[in-house]
Structures are given as structure tokens and as C-alpha cells.
Design a protein around this ligand. Sequence first.
Ligand code: PAF
Length: 278
Amino acid sequence: MAAMTVTRDLTSLRASRAAMRGRVALVPTMGALHAGHIALVAAARAVADRVVASIFVNPLQFNAASDLARYPRTEEADLAMLAAAGCDLAWVPAPEAMYAPDRATAVTVGGPAERFEGAARPGHFGGVATVCTKLFLQARADVAVFGEKDWQQLQVIRRVVRDLDIPIAILPVPTVREDDGLALSSRNRFLMAAERTTAPLLAREGFATASAIAAGADATAVLGAAMARLAQAGFGVEYLALVAAETMQPLDRATEPARLVAAARLGSVRLLDNWLVA
Ligand code: PAF
């Protein structure tokens, strides 16, 4: 296996990209990599001849400066993990290489971006859409790989690509979980020991509620009961909702492809998760 190249400026990224033959896959990340990201690289390798992974903590998608400042940065370990996973090229731009100080262009998204995370974190999906559009144009990949863990983000990216006619396929990859069900996230490392013990309850309630709704239970009743149990266990539940899988519109019952989506705080950590309703 050839050694992984690390590029930090757009000129060398473009030169490396131009030298690549065959199908190219992009794995966008913000670093702090874990097994979930490595599953994205593996999926990328399965569909492409060359894999480019980006590591960029995108300031545009953070609402609070404190959240941006505390976002884990583990570049050396990240690069070692990407190389071991068979990534060909790591694109690691500095913020000033990504955003000109006088930049005047951004991508805004409505539709699937409006509710849930879009409402909780104003501007977040605009920041995600802007950086992903730039990454797609920079890497000129044939396919980009995203985790289903951030279900709403996945729907937003699909809509951006469709609406802007960006010639890239979006490949979703199922959420990777700990043995106890907790969805992997770079932010899990901030859970205190007692919170880490409680955290898997979110996934347990999510899976059980999704199956109950799929089996015909009254969605309002089972969602209400699950939220009450989570609150009792110490979660600050922001939402646990049944939505249309693609549009993110709230549903009363699963009359079309549906997803259960959740955000809940545990201590200082905001956990996001989602489950197929089928
Ligand atoms: O999911 C993430 O890590 C980020 O939102 C992404 C897609 C890399 C854009 O910054």
C-alpha cells in the first residue's frame, strides 16, 4: 500500500487529485476520529479506487465559540488512523486556507435543514452545506461518504447536491455503536463516568420506540412515555420525534419511510441519535 499523502494547501490538493486515476471517494471529517469514521473510510475504499479524507474543524458550523474551542483536536492520531485504514490522501487545510477573510459567499438550505438541529443551532446547516460544497469542489470526488449517525445532516447534504447539481454521489453508512448501543461520537469522550453508564439508555429507548411505532403503536403515546423515562434517568431531552426520513417533516404515524430522531443532553454533552422505523 502506498504511503498516505498529507496536503494542507489547495494547490497541492489539486495536483494530487489530478494525478489520481479511477473513481475517487471523499470522506469529510472534523477529525477526532473513531471507529465510526474508519467505517466511512472502509465504505469509501469498497466503492472507489482512491480515498481522500478531509480533516477540518469548520468554524462556520459552530454556534458557540466555546463549543468550537473545546472540539477535540487529535491530528497526529487522526492521520495515523487514516493511513492505517488505507486512505490515500488527507486534506488538512488551515482555516485561512479554507475561508478567505473577505469571503462573501455561503450556501443556505431550507427544507430538511429547518427543524430539529436547524432550529436548535441556527446557522449550523448553512455552515455544513458551505464547507461540504467547498470540499466537493476542492476534491472533485465521484462519491462522498457520510454517516447515518447525523441523519438530518445526511438529508441536508443530499438536498444541497440535488439542488446545486453537484456531480457527486452520496453514500450513507450505518451508525457504528459501542457494544452497549451508544452511537459513536467524537463528543462521547466528554461524558463523565456516571453519564457514560446512563448514555446507552437513549439508544435502547430509541430502538424500542421505533419498533413499537413500526408495529402500529400510537406514536404520540410511545414517544411521550420514552421521553418521560429518559428525563427520569437524567437526560435533558430536546426532541424525540417521528419524521419523514428524507424531508424531516414531523409525522403522526409511519405512513411513509420514517425515522425516529433524537437529541438529548447528558451533563455537558449533547447526544444525537436516530433509528429506522420499519
Ligand atoms: O459530520 C461532520 O463531521 C461535519 O459536519 C462535516 C460533514 C465534516 C462538515 O464539517
